[in-house]
Design a protein around this ligand. Structure first.
Ligand SMILES: C[S@@+](CC[C@H](N)C(=O)[O-])C[C@H]1O[C@@H](n2cnc3c(N)ncnc32)[C@H](O)[C@@H]1O
Length: 334
């Protein structure tokens, strides 16, 4: 994915600064251009893209840190923040920045069509200094200082079943309520009968792993997600519920070396603001290579998504089963 006009805009505004923080640089363009800056990301795939781009440019690999450890950063005069799609996530990062580097000027950029006026108003209302710069090549830039940290519930959740609550950090998928697809998936799966070792691929808050482990404590359950906040949330849910679920961060199955009898997956169909099937496709291909003989991949999806053809590229047998009015479950065998 190339740099976009909002990367160029951010770079033009900060290029003379010797040091600073780069937050949420999805594809590594800014970090490559500002090699002495410190980089904080949430996503393992973003970290991989950055290191790939550094390599292509003959630059040494970065020590990328996760946004969940932003509290550990040292104070900097300037922060460049690529505006995420999720407003709560932005709120969370700004509140953390206000604690650790309160004097910073924060330069935020994004494509104008993704930045609603309500967001601009909210940023203005909650900063001591606010400056909205002209739109250039459809990209918008905002400078703020003195973020006032309006209150935010950092841990939000819901009751999955009697006495079983799951929560999550800001930015984690469906942190406030059970996703309709996940609900249909759980009704379809009968979690108590699934064969372990089992992998929950793209675990989010870990709701599927929790349901499986809770229904069948003997099943060996592993959960992975690209997002550090999702991984932390799943691990925290497992800890609070006393469930032994192993959790790790990985871009699809890049960093997973073991194989499974069952993989369950409620795949993402967005990457930031883009609706894409490429992440799901990689998950399907990687799942095929991480299934034990006789193993199965179960995928839940909206009926309209074109997953059947993608799954058939990797699996010799794919059954399509209805799951409620809007969803289907694909049952895939090697
Ligand atoms: C539709 S959500 C499902 C979350 C949860 N399993 C549920 O059912 O509520 C998809 C999840 O995939 C994760 N994801 C996105 N890209 C990924 C990637 N490249 N590798 C692993 N996980 C990814 C997202 O962070 C998100 O948590």
């Amino acid at each position: 994915m190339p740099a976009d006009a909002s990367d160029d805009y951010a770079f033009a505004l900060v290029k003379h600064e010797k040091a600073g923080l780069i937050i949420n640089d999805r594809h590594g363009a800014l970090a490559c251009a500002l090699p002495s800056w410190q980089v904080f990301n949430d996503s393992a795939s973003a970290a991989r893209s950055l290191n790939h781009n550094l390599n292509l440019n003959g630059l040494p690999a970065y020590d990328i840190r996760w946004l969940s450890s932003l509290e550990s950063c040292i104070s900097q005069p300037v922060v460049v923040l690529k505006i995420p799609k999720n407003r709560e996530q932005l709120h969370y990062w700004l509140n953390q920045l206000a604690r650790v580097t309160p004097q910073s000027t924060i330069v935020m950029t994004g494509m104008a069509k993704h930045i609603p006026i309500a967001l601009l108003n909210w940023l203005e209302e909650n900063s001591d200094e606010y400056e909205q710069l002209p739109i250039i090549r459809k990209a918008r830039a905002i400078r703020v200082r003195g973020w006032q940290s309006p209150p935010l519930s950092e841990w939000v959740g819901y009751e999955l079943s009697d006495g079983v609550r799951v929560g999550a950090l800001p930015g984690v998928f469906c942190r406030g309520q059970l996703d309709l697809g996940a609900r249909a998936f759980l009704e379809f799966l009968a979690p108590e009968s699934l064969q372990g070792p089992l992998l929950d691929l793209g675990c989010g808050n870990g709701v599927l792993s929790v349901a499986v482990k809770n229904a069948n404590p003997e099943t060996d359950v592993h959960a992975v997600d690209d997002s550090a906040a999702a991984v932390l949330s799943t691990a925290e849910n497992a800890k609070r519920l006393g469930l032994d679920i192993s959790v790790s961060q990985s871009d699809s199955l890049t960093d997973v070396s073991v194989s499974f009898s069952t993989i369950i997956c409620n795949p993402p169909f967005h990457d930031g603001h883009l609706q894409l099937t490429n992440i799901a496709q990689r998950m399907f291909e990687d799942s095929r290579n991480h299934l034990l003989p006789g193993g199965r991949l179960y995928v839940i999806a909206n009926r309209h998504l074109p997953y059947l053809a993608l799954l058939k590229k990797s699996f010799s047998r794919v059954l399509t089963r209805p799951a409620g009015a809007k969803f289907v479950v694909y049952v895939c065998e090697r």
